[in-house]
Design a protein around this ligand. Structure first.
Ligand code: NAD
Length: 307
């Protein structure tokens, strides 16, 4: 398959390390130093202490990556629409577009540029971080779950076959199932992500009182909104699920929003707790705790400019 990855950050690079084994992969990113380093010396990927160098092509100009069978969108959710607007050259009439991003609303952003029949959505527990230009860490993970935005499963099945060939465990679901999985991850993100960033703590600390009371208030609102949107999730199940997750993490683990705040980058808050507030308003579900969290993260972001 000819694969272009839009957004060659942590996840885009990590995925390219697998896909380049059997496919023609091109990374597309606005970060010139990173792109130049990948073309000059290859992309270094660290996993379990070992560093492997792979050689995907990398470009800053989307014109140089057109004609792909598949475009994987791996910019932050707040950048999806803008990145696709600038990268229309990547999209042919039959190009499949896959998003494994976090956050709410990536499908609707992609739909402005791509026919529904070509859009595949999904979620993964794989994780990665950027260590420097041309250098990323593969933090592991097991699954990739994907499914079509519409009814036609064939595109998702082709992608899954191409991913499995490269050692990426990928399962295909129908559109309703995959949407529920995206919501499932959204709920956990809305519960943990911002609190860790605001409080500058390690993620597992959320499991201890009184922080556990705070995360449960956010969790309750997210589950209530999900239910109002037609996903019959159970609050008690999520409390157990989040405790289990927090216990499974390394002691020093931090959330992606903590990483963004630490690097003074705009966060995905508007596509996480912000989406819960917006949908809550539409569905008549009160979300005061989520709204407070959104204000606090916006205040932190605003402070970057003056600090
Ligand atoms: P990242 O910030 O490391 O990478 C995003 C990349 O997009 C950056 O290199 C940036 O330069 C690039 N970019 C921004 N605007 C662009 C544009 N117009 N054109 C081309 N490139 C552009 O982000 P990430 O951590 O890889 O996360 C990507 C998405 O995947 C997010 O939605 C995130 O929540 C999700 N996700 C991340 C992880 C993780 O462990 N990092 C795990 C699962 C899901």
């Amino acid at each position: 398959m000819k694969i272009s990855i839009l957004g060659a950050g942590a996840m885009g690079c990590m995925m390219s390390g697998f896909l380049v084994k059997h496919h023609e992969v091109c990374l597309v990113d606005v970060w010139k130093e990173h792109v130049d380093e990948i073309n000059r010396n290859g992309l270094r990927i660290r996993f379990n202490g070992e560093v492997e160098t792979v050689h995907p092509k990398a470009v800053t100009n989307p014109e140089d990556a057109k004609g792909a069978d598949l475009v994987i969108v791996f910019v932050k959710s707040i950048q999806t629409a803008d990145a696709l607007e600038r990268s229309k050259a990547l999209l042919g009439g039959d190009t499949l577009v896959l998003s494994l991003q976090n956050g709410y609303g990536n499908d609707q952003d992609i739909k402005k540029f791509v026919p529904e029949k070509n859009i595949i959505m999904g979620t993964t527990d794989r994780a990665a971080s950027v260590l420097g230009p041309g250098f990323v860490n593969n933090s592991g993970g097991r699954y990739i779950h994907i499914g079509p935005l519409g009814d036609d499963m064939s595109g998702a099945q082709r992608i899954a076959a191409a991913f499995r060939e490269c050692g990426l465990d990928t399962d295909v679901y129908d559109s309703r199932e995959v949407n529920a999985m995206i919501w499932d991850k959204l709920i956990i993100n809305c519960t943990n992500n911002a609190l860790v960033a605001i409080l500058d703590i390690n993620t597992p600390q959320l499991a201890d009182e009184p922080l556990s009371d705070a995360f449960k208030m956010l969790l309750r609102e997210s589950v209530d909104v999900a239910r109002a949107c037609g996903f019959p999730f159970e609050y008690d199940v999520y409390v157990e699920k989040d405790y289990a997750l927090l216990k499974s993490l390394a002691k020093e683990a931090r959330t992606s929003m903590w990483q963004d705040v630490n690097k003074k980058r705009r966060t995905e808050i508007d596509r996480m707790n912000g989406a819960i507030v917006k949908l809550g308003r539409e569905k008549g579900v009160p979300t005061p705790c989520s709204e407070m969290i959104v204000h606090l993260v916006h205040a932190i972001e605003k402070n970057y400019a003056v600090s």
